[in-house]
Design a protein around this ligand. Structure first.
Ligand code: HEC
Length: 126
């Protein structure tokens, strides 16, 4: 029963259509992907010559052919909405995301522009 409920939820939250910011840029996204001070996605993900080593998560070659921009965005923002037990940090999870809150107290691991730069970068991997 619980599993059924969870997978229903996962399907409902598979994609996040609304961009968090305008003007996502693939070149900046590449930097966010590799930089230690930014996303540092390379510690877990391989991606061609950009990231030869990471093997905690799946290799992201061709990921832009497998997933839409909206699906990529959801996985970067909060992959637990797709897979509740995923061993990947939620990079843009905010408390009360779906509520109208006067303040957003929580700080996110990446900012909105960094998320959109990553979406542009990964969408181009095909
Ligand atoms: C601590 C390790 C870790 C880090 C850091 C990490 N990921 Fe992941 N990522 C994973 C794992 C594990 C999965 C697979 C989750 C699952 O399906 O259970 C995953 C899945 C994904 C997926 C879905 C891939 C697919 O084919 O379904 C994308 C896209 C992704 N990560 C992007 C990123 C980006 C971009 C960053 C950096 C901002 C990042 N990840 C940082 C571990 C990580």
């Amino acid at each position: 029963m619980l599993l059924t409920a969870l997978s229903g939820l996962a399907l409902a939250n598979d994609a996040l259509e609304q961009p968090l910011a305008a003007g996502g840029d693939a070149q900046r996204g590449r930097a966010v992907f590799v930089d230690r001070e930014q996303g540092h996605c390379v510690i877990c993900h391989a991606l061609g010559s950009v990231a030869p080593a990471g093997n905690v998560g799946p290799a992201l070659d061709q990921v832009g052919a497998r997933l839409t921009a909206a699906q990529l965005r959801q996985r970067i923002v909060d992959i637990t909405q797709v897979k509740p037990d995923a061993a990947m940090p939620a990079f843009y999870r905010r408390e009360g995301l779906n509520r109208v809150a006067a303040t957003h107290a929580g700080k996110t691991l990446l900012d909105a522009r960094q998320v959109e730069d990553l979406v542009a970068f990964l969408a181009a991997q095909r």
